[in-house]
Ligand binder design. Structure first.
Ligand SMILES: [Zn+2]
Ligand SMILES: [Zn+2]
Length: 419
C-alpha cells in the first residue's frame, strides 16, 4: 500500500519525462509563434467555480470531482479542467481592460474521479489555450490551427478534426425542445444517464456512446438545420477559414462535447487508429462563460489536449519523439585523493555548462567504465593517484575507443573546445 501510487495516478519516470518535456517544448514554441502567453493557475479552486461554469448537470461536476472541505470549512475542488480557472484569472486580474484578445496557454495536471483505463487517469495532464475578447470566427480557426500544428509537430498522423456548431442561447432552446418532442416516445429506451439528460440537457443524448441511445437518436434532425442566422454565418465562416488554412475537417452533427459552456463552434480531434478512447483533445467557443463566472459578456474560444492520450497515440503508431540526449562526461577516479580531485573537477565542469558525473562508491575502474556507459558518457576522464601527482589526466573517447594523456589544468579548455 505504502509503495503504490493511488489508483488512477502514475509516476512519470526518467526516460518518459524526456518525452513529456519534449511535447511541452513543442507546445511552448508554437504558442510563442501564435502569441499565446503562459498562465499558471492553482491546482484547486472554489468548488462553485466549476459547478457554475462546467455545469451542475455534467458528468464532471456530478460524478467526477475531487471536492473537499479545508480546515476553514471552505469547499474546494482539485481542478477537473483548465478553462474555468483561466476565466477566473482573466476576471480577477482584469485582463479584459488590456487590448483584446487576451491569448493564454497552460499546461498541468487535472483531476477527475473516473474509471481508470488505457490513456485515462484520475490525475491526467492537459495543455490548452484560450483566447478571450474576440467573437471573430478567425480566432476559432486560429485556435484549431494551433491545436493541429501541435499534433503535427508531435508527428501524429491519422487524425481527424471533427467540427460542429452547438448554437447559441437564441437557437439552442428551440432545438432542445425539438429533441424532447421527438424522443418523448422513446424515453424508456434511453440509458439511465440519458433519461436524466432528457430533463437537464437533451443535447447530450446525441453524443451518448451507448448503442440503444445511438439508435434512438438517428431520428433527431441535425442541429445545423436549427441554427439561427448568426450561428449559421459563424459556422460557415469558421469552415471557410479552415479551408483557407488548408486544415481538413469532418462535420460531425452529433458532436456536442460534455461541457455546458460551449456556444457555436465545438470541435474534437480524434485518432482514427485508436479504439474507443480515441479523442486526443477538443474545444470550442464559449461566449457565455465569462459572464457566467461573474464578468461582463466576453466571447472566448479555446481547447485542451490530453497528454496521456497523445503519448498513447504515439506509442500505438510506434513513433518515437525525437529528442537529443545531452552528452556527458564521466570522471573515473582511483584512490581517495583522486576521488576528491574528481569531485572538484565534475563541479568545475558542471559550473561551466558541461554535464558530468563521477563514481561515489569506490568502484573498480572496470565497474566505473560500465557505469560511464550506463549514463551515456561520450568521454571518460580517468584520474589515478599517479596521474594526479604528475598533474595529468587520461581523456578517453568512448566512441572512437582511443585515449590520450593531457594536462589536468587544461582539461576544461580541451572539453570546451570539443563541444
Ligand atoms: Zn444561434
Ligand atoms: Zn445514453
Amino acid at each position: 500500500m505504502l509503495a503504490k501510487a493511488p489508483r488512477g495516478t502514475r509516476d512519470i519516470l526518467p526516460g518518459e519525462v524526456e518525452e513529456w518535456s519534449t511535447l511541452e517544448t513543442f507546445f511552448r514554441n508554437l504558442c510563442k509563434n501564435y502569441n499565446y502567453r503562459e498562465i499558471r493557475t492553482p491546482i484547486f479552486e472554489h468548488t462553485e467555480l466549476f459547478s457554475r461554469s462546467v455545469g451542475e448537470d455534467t458528468d464532471i461536476v456530478g460524478k467526477e470531482m475531487y471536492t473537499f472541505l479545508d480546515k476553514g470549512k471552505r469547499s474546494l475542488t482539485l481542478r477537473p479542467e483548465g478553462t474555468a480557472s483561466t476565466v477566473r484569472a482573466f476576471l480577477e486580474h482584469k485582463m479584459y481592460a488590456q487590448a483584446q484578445p487576451t491569448k493564454l496557454f497552460y499546461f498541468g495536471p487535472m483531476f477527475r474521479y473516473d474509471r481508470p483505463q488505457a490513456g485515462r487517469y484520475r490525475q491526467f495532464h492537459q495543455l490548452g489555450a484560450e483566447a478571450f475578447g474576440s467573437a471573430s470566427p478567425e480566432i476559432d480557426a486560429e485556435i484549431i490551427c494551433l491545436a493541429m500544428d501541435f499534433f503535427q509537430s508531435a508527428g501524429l498522423n491519422q487524425l481527424s478534426l471533427e467540427i460542429n456548431s452547438v448554437g447559441c442561447p437564441q437557437c439552442r432552446p428551440g432545438y432542445r425542445e425539438e429533441i424532447r418532442k421527438i424522443l418523448e416516445k422513446n424515453r424508456r429506451d434511453l440509458c439511465p444517464d440519458c433519461q436524466s439528460r432528457f430533463e437537464t440537457n437533451p443535447l447530450r443524448i446525441l453524443d451518448c456512446k451507448i448503442e440503444g441511445c445511438r439508435e434512438v437518436t438517428l431520428q433527431v434532425p441535425e442541429i445545423l438545420d436549427h441554427l439561427c442566422s448568426y450561428c449559421v454565418q459563424h459556422f460557415e465562416d469558421v469552415i471557410n477559414f479552415l479551408k483557407l488554412l488548408e486544415i481538413s475537417y469532418q462535420v460531425n452533427p452529433k458532436l456536442v462535447r460534455g461541457l455546458d459552456y460551449y456556444t457555436n463552434t465545438a470541435f474534437e480531434i480524434v485518432d482514427t487508429g485508436l479504439g474507443s478512447q480515441n479523442s486526443l483533445g477538443g474545444g470550442g467557443r464559449y461566449d457565455g462563460l465569462v459572464e457566467t463566472c461573474g464578468g461582463s459578456a466576453t466571447p472566448g474560444v479555446g481547447f485542451a489536449i490530453g497528454l496521456e492520450r497523445v503519448l498513447l497515440s504515439l506509442e500505438q503508431q510506434s513513433s518515437q519523439l525525437e529528442y537529443t540526449e545531452e552528452s556527458r562526461i564521466f570522471v573515473a577516479t582511483l584512490g581517495p585523493s583522486a576521488s576528491a580531485r574528481g569531485l572538484q573537477l565534475v563541479t568545475e565542469l558542471r559550473r561551466n555548462g558541461i554535464a558530468a558525473e563521477k563514481d561515489y562508491q569506490d568502484r573498480s575502474l572496470k565497474a566505473q567504465m560500465k557505469q560511464a556507459d550506463r549514463v551515456g558518457a561520450a568521454k571518460v576522464l580517468i584520474l589515478g593517484e599517479e596521474e594526479l601527482e604528475k598533474g595529468k589526466i587520461v581523456l578517453r573517447d568512448m566512441e572512437k575507443g582511443d585515449q590520450r594523456e593531457v594536462e589536468l589544468e587544461e582539461i576544461l579548455q580541451i572539453l570546451k573546445n570539443d563541444l
